[in-house]
Design a protein around this ligand. Structure first.
Ligand code: 5AD
Ligand code: SF4
Length: 467
């Protein structure tokens, strides 16, 4: 573990930017694509920008510095980034002094960095996920070298965790707390192990400190993050596994909820389920991606479990936690998947009855094993399967929502909807509920009686109002 040590660079950049800025304060536009892990990285980058004297703007035309924190998980995500970077050409033309930077998972891929180098000459700084803790130094080089800066980090940096980075948190009700970085699983379709490096866990002490600070600051819904949280602690000497970590955090006094993502079925244990069941603050919500319901496809995906093992684990979990809310990720149209094999996935979602699903059509990623496999099924066919699956899940979700009508749910109030004026929040199971109420309730828990269900959203009324 290393400590963040960029103070001098931050001061130097602050001085330079104070002169360069078009307005009284240098302004940054930061946009993060992709998963929660990327959002958490984005908050660390914003924390550093803040310490370098930046304010934040939602308008690219007002910005002195524009940064896209990118996602590489599917081609569609990458295409959006390339499109949006292309559009910055006009911003640069209007405001030639604007500085443009790209970071995140896409930038860890050599072929992407190459494309930026060649086709987007107005991008000033490109850096990968391993060097976020060197961001002020990279900014300094960009401002003083007179050249474009490209930095991806080397193997030693890949292995280390740097503690103590400043964090600019976007919300004040929900917060993210990273417990581990990277992934060692190498599922055959997935780019993550290549762009986020090997698994490494933060120390239980560092996590406990951050977590306690969040509870004391009033955060009410804290999500522990990692690509595969269930392998937390594997390479550390303290002997604290993920369940033990959860129990330790659960002891922190306060009125809050703990969530975590993502769990891998091959590493999710009965101990984990028991820990959720016995926890005081741990949400009865488990995001457990199964990707495919067919054993041959699971083997080809290198997932390390079978459909039977997954269903056994779900049966155990439902038995121990009857009100457990389950969500999952699914890939439709993995190379070589047949329609019959796809139907095993549909069958599995019928059996489990998930609260909601994140469903994706397979997207080949350069450098992964699956990208080299034969993929004979045409895109239109895969789209039909995808729609078929979504239709089945919609029925299941609608049925589950309808069954919730009449129940009283503990809802964490997050915001007031600008259009409807209704308060919106989430149940323990992560289902969205709308209800009339006063904005002063934002950031508190409320007991809400569900009175109607619309698709995935519940409509409710405050329980106290009926007293
Ligand atoms: N194509 C489609 N979906 C993918 N995912 C990961 N890689 C790919 C890919 N190449 C999905 C998985 C994962 C989620 C975060 O994204 O379902 O769980
Ligand atoms: Fe990708 Fe598999 Fe790691 Fe998840 S567990 S990040 S799907 S390689």
């Amino acid at each position: 573990m290393a400590e963040f040590s960029q103070k001098q660079y931050m001061e130097d950049v602050a001085q330079i930017m104070a002169v360069r800025a078009r307005g009284p304060q240098p302004m940054a536009f930061v946009h993060t694509y992709g998963c929660q892990q990327n959002v958490a990285d984005g908050e660390k980058i914003k924390g550093q920008l803040e310490e370098m004297g930046f304010g934040f703007t939602d308008d690219v035309n007002e910005a002195d510095f524009i940064l896209f924190n990118t996602c590489a998980i599917r081609e569609h995500a990458e295409d959006r980034v390339f499109g949006n970077v292309g559009a910055l050409k006009n911003v640069k033309r209007r405001h030639p002094s604007v500085l443009i930077a790209l970071c995140g998972c896409m930038m860890e891929q050599e072929h992407v960095a190459e494309r930026i180098r060649k086709s987007f000459p107005y991008v000033n700084l490109v850096f990968g996920t391993h060097v976020i803790h060197k961001f002020p130094e990279l900014m300094f080089r960009m401002l003083t070298d007179g050249r474009r800066v490209f930095e991806r980090g080397d193997d030693s940096e890949d292995q280390q965790i740097v503690e103590g980075l400043p964090i600019h948190r976007d919300g004040n009700v929900r917060a993210w707390c990273t417990v581990m970085y990277g992934c060692d699983n190498f599922c055959s379709y997935c780019i993550v192990p290549y762009v986020r490096g090997r698994e490494r866990s933060r120390s239980p002490q560092a996590i406990l400190e951050e977590f306690t600070g969040l509870v004391q600051a009033g955060y009410k819904d804290i999500t522990l993050l990692g690509q595969n949280v269930n392998s937390y602690g594997k390479h550390r000497e303290e002997g604290v596994n993920f369940s033990a970590l959860l129990r330790m955090l659960d002891e922190v006094e306060g009125d809050y909820r703990i969530r975590f993502m993502t769990s891998h079925p091959k590493d999710a244990t009965h101990e984990l389920i028991d820990t959720i069941a016995q926890g005081k603050h741990i949400s009865h919500h488990l995001h457990l991606p199964f990707q495919s319901g067919n054993n041959r496809v699971l083997r080809e995906m290198n997932r390390g479990y079978t459909r039977e093992k997954y269903l056994d684990l779900i049966a155990y979990a439902k038995d121990k936690i009857p009100d457990l809310s389950l969500t999952s990720d699914i890939i439709v149209g993995f190379p070589g998947e047949t329609y019959e094999e796809f139907l095993d996935t549909v069958d599995l979602i019928r059996r489990v009855e998930f609260t909601s699903l994140y469903t994706f059509i397979y997207s080949p990623r350069v450098g992964t094993r699956a990208a080299k496999m034969d993929d004979p099924i045409p895109a239109e066919e895969k789209t039909k399967w995808f729609q078929e699956l979504c239709a089945v899940q919609e029925q299941i979700a609608a049925r589950r929502c309808a069954a919730a009508v009449g129940t009283v749910q503990r809802v964490l109030v997050e915001e007031q909807n600008e259009k409807t004026g209704l308060l919106t929040g989430r149940t323990d199971g992560n289902v969205v509920v709308d209800f009339p109420g006063d904005a002063s309730r934002i950031g508190t828990f409320a007991d809400v009686r569900v009175i109607a269900a619309r698709n995935w959203i519940l409509r409710g009324e405050l329980e106290e109002a009926n007293d």
